[in-house]
Design a protein around this ligand. Structure first.
Ligand SMILES: C[S@@+](CC[C@H](N)C(=O)[O-])C[C@H]1O[C@@H](n2cnc3c(N)ncnc32)[C@H](O)[C@@H]1O
Length: 314
């Protein structure tokens, strides 16, 4: 692999496994009030970006977007997107992403909601990978009315997920599916069946021109009052600034060194997308964190966007 190109290993691991490096209880409360203390801890929350930082980020993006990937090469990556994710899981198996234990702090809705719940409580995780969200949900809620679906593009990921001792078809069902094309496969979920759809670092892997249609189709699966819970990369995240020219396909959309796609969202991008698909905003926040490598005295500015949008009841 080309060293100069961002891969999962050097950029994605930390943001998606934020709770593995730092205990969740510490998050949300650690504010940097005096720059002199910056290397005292591993992470700082809600970091304000000053103009200098914004200008530096803009300059890096301008530079890495200055040479776009040729159209034919970009199309080839798209055709083989599933193969690249399969390769990713064949290499990393279930050891790359850690269980998302921060889930319930950010998304307490996953623990059940009597207001939504009629006879059953159904959750669907899109792009579930090897089950780092599905299994924590199943472990934290033993209610027999809970049922969790999960789908992923990658057959390798679904095979690994199904080998887990926690996989039990009485309580969950995992299947291979490309969510940009729900009609292609035999799809097990009916319209209006779901209470919650979870999307964690998955929409970023989908070509921007397909995102609207994808969300529109997912919205059909929600019950009235059901919600999409979303967390993904934000504009100016360290992973975006590290790209080199030639990996950009279009504005804020890149191919990593391992062939997988990644989009960096603004809060407005997501508000437009979800509201145009008929949903109503409940939350749309930008989580700006400063991670510190104390040994190397390195500052790493991370940006994630977290949203909750619901389907109107009538
Ligand atoms: C960054 S991983 C995140 C996995 C999981 N959500 C988690 O948080 O551990 C992105 C996942 O999305 C899946 N994916 C990408 N494009 C997809 C598509 N069109 N349909 C279904 N899954 C897709 C990939 O195979 C991969 O497992």
């Amino acid at each position: 692999m080309n060293d100069s190109v961002v891969s999962h290993n050097d950029s994605q691991n930390s943001e998606e496994n934020q709770d593995s490096a730092n205990k969740r209880e510490q998050f949300g409360n650690r504010f940097l009030t005096n720059e002199k203390n910056v290397f005292d801890f591993n992470a700082w929350d809600n970091v304000e970006w000053d103009q200098e930082l914004l200008d530096q980020a803009e300059a890096k993006i301008k530079n890495n977007s200055s040479v776009l990937m040729p159209h034919e090469k970009a199309e080839d990556y798209e055709k083989k997107a599933g193969d690249y994710w399969n390769k990713f899981y064949s290499i990393h198996e279930n050891k790359f992403f850690k269980d998302r234990n921060w889930l319930f702090t950010e998304f307490p809705e996953l623990l059940g909601n009597s207001e939504l719940n009629e006879e059953n409580f159904k959750i669907f995780e899109v792009g579930c990978g090897v089950g780092n969200t599905i299994f924590p949900i199943l472990r934290s809620n033993n209610d027999p009315s809970l049922y969790v679906y999960g789908c992923d593009f990658s057959s390798s990921a679904i095979e690994i997920l199904k080998q887990s001792p926690d996989y039990n078809e009485q309580r969950c069902k995992a299947f291979v599916c490309d969510i940009t094309d729900l009609h292609k496969n035999e799809f097990p979920i009916k319209e209006g069946e779901l209470d919650i759809i979870v999307m964690i670092f998955v929409l970023s892997a989908i070509k921007p021109e397909k995102q609207f249609e994808t969300i529109k189709n997912l919205v059909k699966l929600l019950k009235p009052g059901g919600k999409i819970l979303f967390r993904d990369y934000g504009l100016y995240d360290l992973a975006q600034l590290r790209f080199k020219p030639g990996q950009c396909l279009e504005k804020n959309f890149y191919v990593r060194g391992d062939g997988t796609f990644v989009k960096f969202f603004t809060q407005d991008d997501l508000d437009k997308l979800f509201t145009e698909c008929g949903l109503v905003k409940e939350q749309n926040i930008s989580d700006k964190r400063l991670q510190i490598n104390r040994g190397k005295q390195l500052k790493m500015y991370r940006v994630w966007i977290q949203t909750k949008y619901s389907k109107p009841k009538i």
